[in-house]
Design a protein around this ligand. Structure first.
Ligand code: GTP
Ligand code: MG
Length: 248
């Protein structure tokens, strides 16, 4: 979502927008003015007006200590919209009920709601996950569930797909308790591709969830045969990675 900010340049001083990396600055009608990509990028949101003449300028033999100073001109006054382009490093992509929120709860301190019915998550939740030695953190976004036809704006539709566009890599979360789980993966990728060419091929991995359920093991093996990258078998609910199934 773009956020509106009102900018007023003061006299002489300009007003700079100081925002996180990957922010787009837009006008009220949506035209892009600037993208702030790097750490020290800035955008002059509103220019300050010219300064007035100070007291010293009005010194004369008749008035050696003038108490008068000229006011400067007013600066620009603008309404701009700022939109954060990058939502997270990793986006959790899956059908409703696949266990995305359960997974985010298992790997971070984020607390998105979990329940046994679809469309529990309506807005993205971000969890900060691993803290590496260099203190770099990985932001993982739990994104609302996708359904077939999302690219035609079905279900949560475009809103959902727009969030995915803002993730650097994707984790496809597949519910292994359902028959033919590869159909979930094909459908998810198809919807992403229909929305934007190449989106489904962002750096990605496949997570097979709900491995604690009896029917999941057979489905996992079949899914693994059909995709050309390793599927990671987990139970988000039990906080387990089933290493004996891993084919890495
Ligand atoms: N048995 C089992 N159940 C799970 C597992 N992970 C999630 N669930 C259950 O699946 C249901 C849906 O989980 P959520 O995490 O809410 O699913 P979601 O993908 O976030 O769903 P939406 O928000 O609707 O997109 C809940 O009842 C969870 O308890 C798992 O590893 N094993
Ligand atoms: Mg959810």
């Amino acid at each position: 979502m773009a956020e509106a900010i009102k900018c007023r340049g003061r006299i002489v001083t300009h007003l700079y927008i100081d925002v996180p990396r990957g922010t787009i600055v837009r006008t009220e009608d949506g035209a892009e003015l600037s993208t702030l990509e790097e750490e020290r990028d800035y955008y002059i949101a509103a220019r300050g007006g010219a300064g007035g003449k100070g007291n010293a300028h009005f010194v004369s033999s008749a008035d050696t200590t003038p108490r008068f100073a000229q006011e400067g001109a007013l600066g620009e006054d603008r309404m701009l919209y700022v939109e954060l382009k990058i939502l997270a490093h990793v986006g959790l992509i899956g059908f409703p009920n696949a266990g995305k929120s359960t997974l985010l709860r298992a790997i971070s301190r984020a607390r998105p709601k979990v329940s046994p019915y679809p469309f529990t998550t309506l807005h993205p939740h971000i969890g900060m996950v691993v803290q590496y030695e260099d203190l770099e953190q990985v932001a993982v976004a739990d994104i609302p569930g996708l359904i077939e036809g999302a690219h035609k704006n079905k279900g949560l539709g475009f809103a959902f797909l727009r969030h995915i566009e803002r993730c650097l890599c994707l984790l496809y979360v597949i519910d292994l308790s359902l028959d033919e789980p590869w159909a979930q993966l094909d459908c998810l990728k198809y919807e992403l591709e229909q929305y934007q060419d190449g989106l489904s091929e962002r750096p990605n991995a496949v997570i097979g969830n709900k491995m604690d359920l009896p029917e999941a093991a057979a489905n996992f093996k079949e899914l693994q045969k059909r995709v050309n990258i390793p599927v990671i078998p987990i139970s988000a609910e039990k906080k387990l990675i089933l290493k004996n199934f891993l084919c890495i």
